[in-house]
Unconditional design. Sequence first.
Length: 95
Amino acid sequence: MSMKQAYQEKLQARLDEWSAEIKKLEAKVSEAQADSKIEYEKHLRGQREHRDAAETKLKELRDAGDDAWQDMKAGLDNAWDSISGAFSKAAERFK
């Protein structure tokens, strides 16, 4: 397995974790009282946006040539860390 493939798999695994967490939160939203539901839905929408942004970055990586992906890695790592932090903050609001 190439380093690019291993990196892609690592990112995909994290996306899968986020998607599973979103599904759990969707269940909480459906059980919430009306006044809390609006707030939960707002945060859930934010988490989906963060996950979608991460998916876009992963697609860019997949589309990059074998030589270009190394040049993209530093920028992707920074973007991924930012998205991950924002996702974690939003998830904390549901606890």
